[in-house]
Design a protein around this ligand. Structure first.
Ligand code: GCU
Length: 740
């Protein structure tokens, strides 16, 4: 029978591409899972170490019986790995998020030196290369030694499990037909058992080593999402020479899924709106070298908020996480890291990564779609090569898995009539109006215009979010202030948007957790994207977390007082906001009742401040208490010291209101003969220098319409750095010479 042994100890590590001839005793010792960017990948500066590093492990020849084979399994080697044993290069794998295995049997000696060169350097062929997250390098999911008998289930087929189940459910009859396929090496009969349900079925492989059988289930127990995620287990055994030589098992779920352009997502024949979050696989202090406990804690937080779906962005996550989603009933959007910038030389890598994603994860009932790409036109247009790459990926998915649709996450600038949108079976948009640009209502207008124009297209909301630093507070929250208060207002608006559009097949908050993006330096933190509803160390659930808990968690009554981190308030009367999934909330201040409100999710009170007060909210048997204090002056600790260059452009506030300025909208400025040439010259200069915002505007009708309604000042905020402050002052001075 096979044995699987973790090989996480005894590794030597160094940042070198040189393969040592002997075990380098002076190298640092590391234990897997490991990333070399746990610190520099999360501290800002966009300077984390990227390159080729070496992991080395010495070992004695494992005891192998006649015919037995020894394989190494790498569940995650980011981003490219080259495996060398005793100086012989055995394998190279490109893609940092999927499992690959290497048969090392024939290269074994009595004493062995295993060297794994792992590279996360820049290149033009292995995705991801440009994206808003840290590309951690390392053997971050451990290494396993697998020893199998001569006759064994396949280990080398794209890192797959060697066993595949395809259930077909008849909801009317409550029956299911479950096709089971296995792949093997060597001659042997296959015995299949559906644990606890069906006696053994025997079947023989074809010449290619593939065997198939069908289980028929009566009164099938459905995998029914978070309500009842029932899993069956198939065990496959290989019988050769009268004995059982190998055994594997895998779980699967019986369910039906349907996507309707007008009515959204259906699970097992009933409407099942997918309302949830996204997750990156990293955490403060450990990078992406996560343990099972880390995964479990993330799942517990997802279950607490009450999400019924999770988008596992932007790449293949650990098997342990898909397993948890199966067990907890979360519906999963799985995807490959074909992201932000199309690379013509990267086509094969997208196909390889997608093949491994599908082959390795086919059995998970939680997965309902395969994501082809994310914002792939963010840094360019939908060229013919990009379109062909997507058509090939789309066809590949349909060949590997006819049971699930393909999807894509589109960047907000992608024209809604782009032919790219029609390649995948279903789709979703990433919109950030009300954060990066524009007003919150533009999200509503965007979706309503889209749905009206394309009523037969299945469309979702794959990303939306606003950064919040829990240290930053304001009684007058506004877009771009990074306060908890604005994040709450933003998500309250989006939640109403979603409630009114049940045809959105899925909506995913970007993001449940803050995550590392070493190139970022904003909101008072270095190297962190703070759109999370929970901080990167999982220690702080921001106020907006409880808004969604109020909307989605139907099992655990709670009441949450917002603003616990907003203690010092320079106000005579302050707003006390409460989130709860109960229908009635009462408030007391210093033990004195101040009111009871009936409503849904959000309960807002006005409370006079005269000193320090203990505020308690009560809903049913639940209570929550915070302290607030009347302050003479606003507490500077609650505001960003540096609000970004735009705010400091002008030392004086003496804009002449009777003349134009950068505070006028782009539309107004472009419509006036005196100001249009001035603005056009500025846009040409911006396009020449950086291009993203200015470039995006040119010829993109969608975006031009959006931007026309925005002030030039807020547009320049988006392009911060493209126009130096002095140039902005000159631009404004020129506009101020033009009377309205
Ligand atoms: C994009 C992108 C994310 C990114 C997010 C953001 O939509 O898909 O990867 O993190 O925007 O800017 O926060």
């Amino acid at each position: 029978m096979r044995t699987v042994t973790e090989w996480n100890g005894g590794w030597r590590f160094a940042k070198t591409a040189q393969i040592p001839a002997t075990l380098p005793e002076d190298w640092v010792q590391v234990t897997l899972p490991h990333t070399w960017n746990a610190v520099d990948g999360q501290d800002g500066g966009n300077d984390y170490w990227r390159g080729t590093a070496m992991y080395v492990r010495a070992f004695s020849r494992p005891a192998l019986a006649a015919g037995e084979r020894a394989w190494l399994e790498f569940p995650g080697a980011a981003m490219t790995a080259t495996v060398t044993l005793n100086g012989q290069t055995l394998a190279r794998h490109e893609g940092g998020y999927s499992t690959f295995r290497v048969d090392i049997t024939d290269a074994l000696a009595e004493d062995n030196l295993l060297c794994v060169a792992v590279d996360n350097g820049e290149n033009d062929r292995v995705y991801p290369q440009k994206a808003d997250f840290t590309f951690y390098g390392g053997l971050y999911r451990g290494v396993n030694l697998i020893i199998v008998p001569a006759v064994h289930f396949e280990l080398g087929h794209h890192g797959g499990p060697g066993l595949r189940m395809t259930p077909e459910v008849d909801l009317e009859r409550r029956t299911a037909r479950v096709k089971v396929e296995t792949w093997q090496v060597g001659e042997g009969l296959v015995r299949l058992e559906l644990e606890g349900v069906h006696g053994a079925i025997f079947t023989a492989p074809d010449a290619a080593g593939r065997a198939e059988a069908v289980f028929s289930l009566e009164d099938v127990h459905l995998w029914d999402g978070v309500e009842d995620p029932y899993l069956y287990t198939v065990t496959a055994a290989l019988l050769s020479g009268g004995e059982e030589t190998d055994q594997i098992s895998a779980r699967f779920g019986c369910r039906t899924i349907r996507f309707d352009a007008q009515e959204g997502f259906f699970l097992n024949g009933r409407p099942y709106p997918l309302r949830g979050v996204s997750r990156h696989q990293d955490r403060a202090g450990v990078g992406n070298a996560l343990t099972l406990d880390h995964h479990r804690e993330d799942m517990a937080i997802i279950r607490e908020i009450g999400a019924n779906t999770v988008r596992l962005a932007h790449y293949q996550h650990a098997q342990a996480y898909y397993d948890l989603c199966d067990e907890q009933g979360l519906i999963v959007w799985a995807e490959i890291p074909y992201i932000t910038q199309h690379m013509p030389a990267g086509r094969q890598n997208t196909l390889d990564q997608m093949t491994e994603l599908v082959v390795q994860n086919y059995n998970h009932p939680s997965i309902v779609c395969w994501g082809l790409s994310n914002e792939i036109t963010a840094s360019g247009t939908a060229t013919g090569d990009l379109m062909e790459n997507h058509r090939l990926l789309n066809d590949l998915c349909h060949r590997l898995d006819p049971t699930r649709p393909t999807t894509m996450a589109h960047v907000f600038m992608l024209e809604t009539d782009s032919p790219l949108i029609q390649i995948a079976d279903i789709g979703s948009y990433n919109l950030y109006f009300g954060w990066y640009l524009g007003e919150l209502e533009e999200n509503d207008r965007f979706f309503d215009a889209y749905h009206e124009r394309f009523p037969r297209r299945v469309m979702g909301f794959s990303e939306y979010g606003a950064d919040a630093n829990p240290a930053l507070q304001s009684s007058h929250p506004e877009r771009g202030d990074y306060t908890e208060g604005y994040q709450c207002l933003y998500h309250e608006h989006i939640l109403r948007l979603i409630d009114r559009r049940p045809w959105l097949w899925a909506t995913h908050v970007w993001n449940l957790f803050d995550f590392a993006a070493d190139g970022r330096d904003e909101g008072g933190k270095h190297g962190v994207n703070q759109k999370g509803l929970v901080t990167m160390d999982r220690q702080v659930k921001k106020d907006a977390f409880y808004l969604y808990k109020a909307a989605w968690n139907r099992t655990e009554p709670f009441v949450h007082l917002c603003g616990r981190r907003y203690v010092n308030r320079a106000e005579e009367v302050t707003e006390i906001k409460v989130y709860s999934n109960c229908a009635e909330v009462s408030l007391t201040v210093d033990g004195v009742p101040v009111g009871t409100l009936r409503g849904e999710r959000v309960f807002t009170f006005r409370v006079p401040l005269t000193g320090e007060h203990t505020v308690t909210a009560r809903a049913g048997d639940c209570t929550d208490t915070i302290t607030v204090r009347r302050a003479a002056q606003p507490d500077p600790a609650y505001r960003l010291a540096q609000q970004g260059e735009v705010v400091n452009w002008f030392d004086r506030e003496d804009f002449r209101p009777d003349c134009f300025s950068i505070r006028d909208t782009l539309g107004a400025l472009m419509a006036h003969p005196g100001t249009a040439p001035i603005v056009k010259a500025m846009m040409d200069k911006a396009r020449a220098s950086r291009g993203d915002v200015a470039q995006a505007a040119s010829g993109n009708r969608n975006l031009e319409r959006m931007m026309a309604g925005m002030s030039l000042e807020s547009l320049l905020k988006q392009a911060a750095g493209a126009i130096p402050p002095e140039a902005v002052r000159q631009l404004n001075a020129a506009l101020q010479r033009v009377p309205k």
